[in-house]
Write a protein that binds this ligand. Structure first.
Ligand code: DGL
Length: 238
């Protein structure tokens, strides 16, 4: 199967990485809209325009299905995208919401972008105690690989919430890139949920990988290789 994934930038690569590991035998086409990142502070109307452009780019690459590997677009535009296009479009949020509803967790902390938190997608769809926390400083730090102060920033965001939670949901696909730092800050006893672990797709037979960004530079190329742990990648500008 030919599977398209998109995000605002590097974040969706965490989803791609999980899929490459669990379902290596698919043709993957990744698109990161680095020209317009960050998505987290955009309005719903702006997000719809960008999401349509991303879907149409992937359709031009003849994908059979699309995984919205971006929490911000998933929480604000998924229904609209599903209505507009004929091919299957799924997101990382649906399996996460299902899983949380079925889980024994009672107190759930979701960290995500402003636009995701503002949509209240988790509060409105998960039948548990949900605490929503926007953490807008993280995406620019990750994209620019400026992680010197990251532990301090994470402590500032998280310390007040940690006493009473059963699980911390990484509600933005960029955040698994910080997993080691987050673990250190929240301690080994706090469960951390990476939404990409819950996606289930088929494992087909043809293997390939194409990666595109709407703006490309050496930093993006290096970061992509580091996140995926693959050195011989062809990354194109589109
Ligand atoms: N990776 C994205 C998400 O899952 C978007 C982050 C951003 O561009 O602000 O929400």
């Amino acid at each position: 199967m030919r599977i398209g994934l998109f995000d605002s930038g590097l974040g969706g690569l965490t989803v791609l990485k999980t899929l490459l590991k669990k379902y290596p035998n698919n043709e993957y086409v990744y698109y990161g809209d680095t020209l317009n990142i960050p998505y987290g502070d955009k309005t719903k109307e702006e997000l719809i325009i960008l999401a349509k452009k991303n879907v149409e780019f992937l359709l031009s690459k003849k994908v059979d299905m699309i995984i919205v590997a971006c929490g911000t677009v998933s929480s604000n535009c998924l229904d609209i995208l599903k209505e507009l296009y004929d091919i299957p479009i799924v997101s990382i949020l649906e399996p996460t919401i299902d899983y949380l509803n079925r889980s024994n967790y009672r107190n759930i902390l979701v960290m995500a972008t402003h636009a995701t938190i503002n949509s209240h997608i988790f509060k409105n769809n998960v039948n548990k105690n949900i605490c929503e926390l926007e953490t807008p400083k993280l995406v620019p730090m990750i994209e620019n690989n400026k992680l010197l102060d990251i532990e301090e920033v994470l402590h500032d965001y998280l310390d007040d919430y940690l006493n009473n939670i059963d699980v911390l949901v990484l509600g933005c696909t960029h955040y698994p890139i910080l997993k080691d730092y987050i673990k250190k800050v929240v301690g080994e006893n706090t469960n951390i949920l990476d939404m990409s672990d819950l996606i289930k797709i088929d494992n087909d037979s043809n293997k390939s990988l194409e990666i595109y960004f709407s703006k490309i530079d050496n930093k993006i190329i290096e970061n992509t290789k580091n996140i995926l742990g693959i050195n011989d990648l062809i990354i194109k500008n589109n």
